[in-house]
Design a protein around this ligand. Structure first.
Ligand code: MF3
Ligand code: CO
Length: 270
C-alpha cells in the first residue's frame, strides 16, 4: 500500500486522537501501584478512552482481547491484561494504547517503574525513550526512513542492549497499521523518502539482554528469550516542513520544557 499523506482535516483529527491518548497515558501512569492487577489497568484505560467518545484501537484488533497492552518485566509487548497478574514493587510495566477519534488512530506506549526499581531498569527505560528521540532527529521531510531506524538501533547498541528485530513501528492514520514498516535497526534499503503530512508510529522496543524474543502460547505476549526486562516507548508523529511534531506527548512531558520543538508553533495557527 502507498504511504498516505494526510490532509489538513485528517491531521487535525489525528492531533485530537493523539491528545486524548496522551491524557489516557498520563492518568494510567499516575494510577499504577503495587497490588494492582493488569486487568484493572485495562478497565481504567478503556473507560477513559470511551469517556472521551473514542474507541480503543486495539480491542478485537486481529482478536486482541483488551484495550491496553500491559507488558511486565520480560514481556516486551502485547501482554494481555489479567486479574491474576499483580504488579509489585520493582516491576517495570509497559503500557501500550491506541484510540480512534472520528475514524483516526493514535498509538503510544510508555514504560513505568513500580516503586523502587533497579538502576539498570531505570537506565533501560530512559535510554529506550532516548532511542525514540535519537530516531526522530532524522524524521525530516526529504530524508529517508532508514535514517530513523539506524539512529534508534545504533543508540541502543552503544549500551549493549538487544534491539527487538521481530517487531516494528508503522505508518498510522485511518488504520492502526499502515505502511511503511519502521524497523528499529539498520537497514540495507533506504526506505521511503519522508514527506510532510505523513503520520508515523515510531516505537523502539529494547531489551536489557538478548535481542531474541518468543511468543507465548496465548499467541500475543512477546517475551525476551533470556527473561531479562524489556522497555517500550512509542509516539505518533507528524512529518512537517519544519521537522517532526509529536502528537502523543503527555502534559507531564511537555511541562519539562524541552519538547517545544516538537509542538505546533503557536504562530502557525495549527
Ligand atoms: N502499539 C502496538 C503496535 O503498534 C500495539 C497493537 S497490537 C494489538 O503494534 F493487537 F494489541 F492491538
Ligand atoms: Co504501534
Amino acid at each position: 500500500m502507498p504511504v498516505t499523506i494526510k490532509s489538513p482535516r485528517e491531521i487535525s483529527l489525528m492531533r485530537k486522537a493523539g491528545n486524548i491518548l496522551a491524557q489516557v497515558h498520563e492518568e494510567l501512569g499516575k494510577s499504577l501501584r503495587p497490588g494492582m492487577s493488569t486487568y484493572e489497568i485495562d478497565r481504567l484505560g478503556e473507560e477513559m478512552i470511551r469517556s472521551f467518545g473514542c474507541e480503543p484501537s486495539f480491542k478485537n484488533y486481529h482478536g486482541y482481547p483488551a484495550s491496553i497492552c500491559v507488558s511486565v518485566n520480560e514481556e516486551v509487548v502485547h501482554g494481555i491484561p489479567s486479574k491474576k497478574r499483580i504488579l509489585k514493587e520493582g516491576d517495570i510495566v509497559s503500557l501500550d494504547a491506541g484510540v480512534i477519534y472520528k475514524g483516526y488512530h493514535s498509538d503510544a506506549a510508555r514504560t513505568h517503574g513500580i516503586g523502587e526499581i533497579t538502576k539498570e531498569a531505570e537506565l533501560l527505560i530512559a535510554r529506550t525513550r532516548q532511542c525514540f528521540f535519537e530516531g526522530i532527529a532524522y524524521a525530516e521531510a526529504g530524508r529517508h526512513l532508514h535514517e530513523i531506524s539506524r539512529a534508534i538501533g545504533d543508540y541502543a547498541e552503544r549500551f549493549g542492549y538487544g534491539v527487538v528485530y521481530d517487531l516494528c513501528g508503522h505508518g498510522i492514520g485511518a488504520h492502526l497499521h499502515e505502511d511503511p514498516e519502521i524497523p528499529n535497526f539498520r537497514q540495507f534499503r533506504r526506505g521511503i523518502r519522508l514527506r510532510p503530512g505523513m503520520t508515523l508510529a515510531v516505537e523502539p522496543m529494547i531489551n536489557l539482554g538478548t535481542a531474541d524474543v518468543v511468543w507465548m502460547d496465548d499467541d500475543w505476549t512477546v517475551v525476551t528469550e533470556d527473561l531479562q526486562p524489556s522497555a517500550h516507548y512509542e509516539n505518533t508523529i507528524l512529518i512537517t516542513e519544519n521537522g517532526p511534531q509529536i502528537l502523543t506527548l503527555t502534559s507531564q512531558e511537555i511541562a519539562k520544557g524541552d519538547m517545544d520543538r516538537y509542538l505546533p508553533q503557536k504562530a502557525s495557527g495549527q
